[in-house]
Design a protein around this ligand. Structure first.
Ligand code: SAM
Length: 268
């Protein structure tokens, strides 16, 4: 018997999810859909539960086997994943606070004052505000203006420079453990620049890279984006869609353990 799968997308990203399924899961054909709830019939071999669990989608918030209940209540229950579980503090400089807070939760990060970050594309400072509340030193890179709530924090340093004009020498010499990037730049250029600068840091654990999709045709480039990280020593990169994403998704690119030189205590 043919299997039916359901998908839920972020409001406004349905075209991106449909393109992703069409390109990378060609055995799935569109079936019933309502708003941001979509179902597909699997014309190929049925997927096992394990395979479905291990699927990775850039533009699906949730997916699974459709149990046949297409009532309004059942659909609304599925669509509840669209709501962020995080509250946006009044003083947060931007809604980007939610994106990094959702990533923090999704990847079970632990708050730690000894963990330092760099954020590329940091203005006006929603994500920086979250990071300053949960971690140690933070350097934000963005020619745009940062909110005073970040600038006034002694753990914060702002480099008002476009990333492509920045050299490794201008970045802090302290160890940096994570990089976040939320640049309004084309994805290939953004990834290239972030990887170039990330190589300064031997203690780096991973990169949280928000990828902006300007055109739906760019969905076909997603494997190339992931490969750019692989080629730079980041294995097992993970694509995720978070409830507060707009026309974007996140690649979390952990640094492969063998590249983390923990013996270099005095170097970044
Ligand atoms: C989506 S906003 C970042 C929001 C920010 N993360 C926050 O939490 O408020 C994208 C940012 O990318 C910055 N940007 C665009 N091109 C850039 C470049 N070449 N170098 C550095 N920042 C850039 C823009 O100035 C803008 O502030």
């Amino acid at each position: 018997m043919n299997q039916f799968l359901y998908f839920v997308c972020v409001n406004g990203n349905k075209d991106l999810l449909k393109k992703e399924i069409e390109l990378f899961y060609p055995s799935l054909v569109p079936s019933f859909s309502k708003g941001d709830f979509l179902t597909y019939k699997n014309l190929g071999k049925n997927y096992s539960l394990k395979e479905i669990e291990n699927f990775q989608f850039a533009f699906a918030l949730d997916w699974g086997i459709n149990d046949g209940d297409l009532s309004q209540d059942a659909i609304e229950a599925r669509l509840s994943v669209q709501k962020s579980k995080i509250n946006l503090p009044e003083e947060a400089p931007s809604r980007a606070y939610l994106k990094i807070a959702e990533a923090y939760k999704r990847f079970s990060l632990q708050s730690d004052a000894n963990i330092n970050w760099i954020e590329f594309g940091s203005a006006p400072g929603g994500a920086s505000f979250f990071l300053l509340n949960n971690f140690g030193a933070l350097t934000g890179v963005d020619p745009g203006k940062m909110d005073d709530i970040c600038l006034d924090n002694i753990m914060y340093e702002h480099l008002s420079v476009p990333i492509q004009n920045l050299s490794q020498e201008e970045l802090p010499n302290r160890p940096v453990h994570y990089i976040a990037s939320d640049l309004n730049l084309n994805p290939k250029q953004a990834i290239k620049e972030v990887i170039r600068l990330s190589k300064k840091y031997r203690m780096l654990k991973g990169i949280f890279m928000t990828i902006k999709m300007v055109k739906v045709e760019h969905v076909k480039l997603i494997p190339e984006f992931v490969k750019m990280f692989e080629d730079a020593g980041h294995e097992n990169s993970i694509k995720v869609q978070l409830p507060s994403h707009r026309r974007e998704f996140l690649i979390y690119a952990p640094k492969a353990l063998r590249y983390i030189k923990s013996s270099f205590k005095d170097t970044p």
